[in-house]
Design a protein around this ligand. Structure first.
Ligand code: PNW
Length: 458
């Protein structure tokens, strides 16, 4: 029997650009994702999220669905350019109104909002006029935006996430160029990552000083796969460790240990910016909890083909900086995204985080399964996804039993939605979206969650 404690947080997650739609109405300004989607060949099938699943107009129905499925927490993000169309300066009252309505609706239904300030949809003006995350000034712009959010929503929102997955912003946005703003470089990601950390720390500092009376918690969400050594040779064990440090250590070490991992400093030299003494102080301990998005696992081995791009998957980062070869086991089931289903990797990662960072409170803020769901007789029988959730939650349960302070779990995602460069071709939701009618149709996994949440286990 699997039983979770009464105070375990059961939630599900979304992000603004992926679901809201209403991309150019009621005063919203464009974001880098609005612009990126207009460039040919960047998004599968030329999709965009102009309408997405029109959550902007359907939020009441969506909250009712959340409620009916038993969730007591909901993680969503605020679209910066909906409330500040130019990224700075003028505030768009209609945007504020939308999030006020959403938050009030959630609270009226006893659902706790977990709000991400930045889930990748940077106001386009900040990109074009200020070079986006390449500009150190971005920390001030982000802090000013965060202030608007704390001021308008902080009386009711008590759980904040500053940034979603700085690794993805840096590597996929500025290294591989597959996500907005589409830049390709082997040095910009490290500069962008540096500015992301500083922006996060400034926003947290503001919250902990000017908004301390709001009595909420604030943290950052990082993504990480597990890296399992391919063999028990010392060089492979070291390669796996190095891969983890380049992945999550990059963003978590400065927050928990006060600086970047030594292996990154050694290997990157001048490409890795340095924190001043004051910046280190600002960043250290700037997260009340460890937000983790976790999906998959890969083997890691020492790779001696210096300079050769060895990783075929996006999740390798800049592989030539690491000399790590990533592979998958043939026996591992794959999702539609080619992410392998390896529940024990989730356990091992939780254990690694807990040990390295002195047993922090951890929230899994995303975990989920992509597949090419089909509607049959009005139903989606997504048994593979259901198995995935069951097995990953079992791994979570084992972690808790072993003293790891995992406090909550958010399924990605409440709905099928715009899956970035993959457009609508990939479905991650526990609720199916009929893109013609915009009808929301619960999948088998949503029904399973309802029971699991009600019984606090299964
Ligand atoms: C996350 N990788 O993205 C995001 O937070 C979600 O918006 C997204 O829909 C979800 O996971 C599924 O993709 C990621 O290459 C994108 O390692 C890429 C990677 C990880 C997470």
């Amino acid at each position: 029997m699997i039983k979770f404690s009464n105070d375990f947080v059961w939630g599900t997650a979304t992000s603004s650009y992926q679901i809201e739609g209403a991309h150019n109405i009621d005063g919203k300004g464009p974001s880098i994702w609005d612009a990126f989607c207009t460039i040919p060949n960047r998004i599968k099938n030329g999709d965009n999220a102009n309408e997405a699943i029109d959550h902007y107009h359907n939020y009441k129905e969506d909250v009712a669905l959340l409620k009916s499925q038993g969730f007591t927490a909901y993680r969503f993000s605020i679209s910066w350019s909906r409330i500040m169309p130019e990224g700075k300066g003028k505030i768009n009252e209609e945007g504020i109104q939308f999030y006020n309505n959403l938050i009030d609706e959630l609270l009226a239904n006893d659902i706790t909002p977990w709000v991400t300030l930045y889930h990748w949809d940077l106001p386009l003006a900040l990109q074009m006029e200020n070079d986006g995350w390449l500009n150190p000034d971005i920390a001030c712009y982000f802090e000013a935006y965060a202030k608007v959010c704390f001021k308008h929503f902080g009386d009711r929102v008590k759980n904040w996430i500053t940034l979603n997955e700085p690794w993805v912003v840096s590597i996929l946005g500025y290294g591989q160029g597959v996500f907005a703003p589409g830049r390709v470089s082997n040095s910009e990601p490290y500069l962008v990552g540096h500015h992301l950390l500083l922006a996060h720390a400034h926003a947290v500092n503001l919250y902990k000083t000017e908004f301390a009376h709001q009595n909420g918690i604030i943290g950052i969400t990082n993504n990480c796969d597990w890296r399992e050594p391919l063999t028990d040779k010392p060089e492979d064990i070291e390669a796996a460790q190095r891969a983890l440090l380049f992945f999550i250590g990059w963003f978590a070490d400065p927050i928990y240990l006060g600086d970047y991992p030594k292996v990154m400093k050694d290997r990157l030299g001048d490409r890795l910016p340095k924190f001043t003494v004051d910046e280190k102080k600002l960043i250290k301990n700037s997260s009340d909890f460890f937000g983790l998005n976790h999906y998959t696992t890969m083997y890691a081995a020492q790779d001696d083909n210096k300079g050769v791009k060895s990783s075929v998957y996006g999740n390798g980062g800049i592989s030539e900086d690491q000399d790590v070869l990533l592979t998958q086991d043939e026996s591992w089931p794959l999702t539609e995204f080619n992410w392998a289903v390896v529940p024990w990797g989730c356990y091992k990662l939780l254990d690694w985080i807990s040990k390295r960072y002195n047993n922090p409170d951890i929230y899994i803020t995303e975990n989920g399964f992509a597949c090419d769901d089909k509607l049959e007789n009005g139903k989606v029988n997504d048994t593979d996804r259901l198995d995935y959730y069951r097995q990953y939650l079992e791994a979570c349960h084992k972690a808790i039993e072993n003293g790891i302070k995992l406090k909550g779990y958010f399924a990605w995602s409440l709905f099928d939605n715009f899956e970035w460069a993959s457009g609508y071709s990939i479905r991650f939701g526990i609720n199916y979206i009929d893109y013609k009618t915009m009808e929301r149709i619960p999948k088998a996994s949503a029904n399973w969650f309802k029971e699991a949440i009600k019984n606090k286990g299964w």
